[in-house]
Design a protein around this ligand. Structure first.
Ligand code: NDP
Length: 296
């Protein structure tokens, strides 16, 4: 079997086009422009790249982008004061604080100071609880993107055996909750899991979110399974820098029914889902129907 490639780049473009359409309608029919505020503390190079990219794509879909760049030694008090201001600003529908924060800032405290209705990253404890109890919430962007691709490929996921490798708060755990919400039988694997190869071999859906280059060999993949590779790992191969996922793509693609590549799979979906979440937050804030197909 040769796997169908799930093209995250093309899918993300489709999601962005859908968002742009809805944003245009909101402006025309309701006179509302969704706004996303991104807060960056410090000068971490990777974070700067992400924030730039988020700002650019926000503007491209017709939304307002508000960037707040703060010094690396910004006090917690000042950061909380800015978030309070953004919470109260009716032009801001989504707030994202770029992580990681410098060490002297308490990440949990900062994230939980964001109005849950504007928490477009879905990391606020209220949104975590709502998702865990199957209620309407803001859903973390990366797992939401994975879910959209899985639904698009399979239609219904009901009854499928899914394994999520990784149990982080930003990817693994919410991913497992979403799959459970779509009636999969879900196993969450992690570094202490016994016999991981056996767990993976039984799965119809494998979501790898570990951060270890190509740790899932192709022969762990069940024939016809769907593989979603969240991992982004920079390695050097044949004297060149390369991005690879957590799955040995070439070997896994010989057995899988469908697979996401790295790069060009889950990655592009994350920002597309951030824009989708901002649109959803804006619709909810204004008592308007939520955009179809862009939420969990
Ligand atoms: P974390 O480091 O927070 O979590 C990694 C998880 O992998 C942990 O639960 C850990 O288990 C588990 N793990 C580590 N080693 C093993 C092992 N040998 N076998 C099984 N499980 C193992 O990572 P994140 O969830 O933040 O990110 C995971 C990957 O996804 C990274 O490569 C990251 O760059 C990428 N990523 C990609 C995004 C995108 O937009 N495409 C967005 C976010 C992340 P334990 O808990 O027991 O330590």
């Amino acid at each position: 079997m040769v796997a169908q490639v799930i093209d995250g780049k093309a899918f993300a473009a489709k999601v962005r086009a859908q968002v742009a359409d809805q944003v245009a309608k909101l402006k025309e029919e309701n006179g509302i422009t969704p706004g996303l505020a991104v807060v960056l503390v410090g000068e971490d190079p990777a974070s700067q790249v992400y924030v730039r990219s988020k700002g650019k794509q926000t503007v491209e879909v017709g939304m307002n982008s508000y960037e707040h760049k703060l010094d690396v030694d910004t006090s917690e008090e000042d950061l909380l004061a800015l978030i309070d201001k953004l919470n109260k600003d009716p032009a801001v529908h989504g707030i994202l604080v770029q992580l990681p924060l410098p060490k002297h800032l308490n990440e949990d405290l900062v994230i939980n100071s964001i109005d849950p209705a504007k928490d477009v990253d879905g990391f606020h404890i209220s949104n975590v609880g709502l998702l865990g109890t199957g209620q309407k919430s803001m859903v973390p962007c990366t797992p939401l993107g994975c879910l959209m691709m899985l639904r698009d490929y399979h239609g219904s996921l009901s009854g499928m055996d899914a394994v999520v490798i990784g149990r982080s708060n930003i990817v693994g755990k919410p991913m497992a909750q979403l799959l459970l919400g779509d009636s999969c039988t879900v196993t969450i694997a992690h570094s202490r899991t016994k016999d991981l190869p056996d767990v993976v071999r039984r799965a119809d859906i494998v979501v790898a979110a570990v951060g270890r280059p190509e740790m899932v060999p192709g022969d762990w993949i069940k024939e016809g399974a769907t593989v979603i590779d969240v991992g982004i790992n920079r390695i050097e191969r044949d004297g060149k820098n390369k991005l690879v996922g957590d799955v040995d793509y070439a070997r896994a693609a010989e057995r899988a029914g469908a697979i996401t590549p790295v790069p060009g799979g889950v990655g592009p979906m994350t920002i597309a889902c951030l824009l989708a979440n901002t649109l959803t937050a804006c619709c909810r804030a204004n008592g308007l129907p939520e955009p179809e197909g862009l939420t969990a």
